[in-house]
Ligand binder design. Structure first.
Ligand SMILES: *Cc1c(COP(=O)(O)O)cnc(C)c1O
Length: 219
């Protein structure tokens, strides 16, 4: 399957209102260019330095999404141009983004990554802690961060019931936070190559798809 054919197939399959993010981490610039030539403009990367290197050589009208765990000292690599930071997962990171965004005189759109699985390894806010932070006005003093929604991952398992439960939970968190943040809070990013059809049933607005488009990653 070519990159172009996969993108066209996905585009035809996704319902209106579900955005396709092409997750290009670990794939070479040539692969991204092929996707770009097929009309793809939104790309997701997980490492800030890799994102920066690709941004430097690819066209300016690409929307770069940061989807991987972001260390506070690396925000500076992406702050000047990143379109959406999907992995805002802690107070400390929020503070770092606020600071770097202010330096660039930008307001950076971010998603709150929420941890809903029983897996230890996955990053993201504990929802109770996040709610406490939000209700305590934690984001009020961060004018350079604009919260646009929620990002999350389902458990890595073949058990569909578990995956459904995870997406259901993310949707509930999103709905509850949306009441607090209002109309701008419009993005629910969930669903990857193996589980995006289920995420669609639970109201995702953005699917993050890597291996289905670009093939297996070589780490
Ligand atoms: C790698 C990654 C994806 C894409 O995964 P695929 O299974 O290759 O589609 C999506 N979201 C996040 C956060 C990722 O790290």
């Amino acid at each position: 399957m070519s990159i172009k054919r996969e993108i066209e197939r996905l585009r035809a399959e996704l319902p209106a209102g579900v955005k396709l993010l092409a997750v290009s981490k670990f794939h070479p610039v040539e692969a991204l260019r092929e996707a770009y030539d097929a009309g793809q403009r939104a790309f997701g990367e997980s490492r800030p330095q890799e994102l920066k290197a690709k941004q430097a050589v690819l066209p300016d009208d690409i929307e770069w999404h940061m989807i991987g765990h972001l260390q506070t000292n690396k925000v500076k690599y992406i702050a000047p141009y990143v379109h959406l930071i999907e992995s805002l997962d802690s107070e400390r990171l929020a503070e770092a983004i606020e600071k770097e965004a202010a330096k660039c005189d930008r307001t950076i759109d971010c998603l709150l990554e929420i941890h809903v699985t029983a897996e230890e390894s996955k990053s993201g806010w504990d929802y109770a802690r996040l709610k406490e932070f939000v209700q305590g006005g934690g984001f009020d003093a961060m004018p350079h961060i604009r919260l646009r929604g929620v990002m999350g991952m389902a458990t890595f398992t073949d058990d569909e019931t578990t995956v459904r439960g995870d997406f259901q939970r993310l949707k509930e968190c999103f709905d509850e936070l949306k009441k607090y943040f209002g109309a701008e809070f419009d993005t629910l990013s969930m669903g990857m190559s193996d589980d995006y059809p289920i995420a669609i049933e639970y109201g995702t607005t953005e699917v993050r798809i890597g291996s289905t488009i670009f093939g297996a990653r070589e780490y």
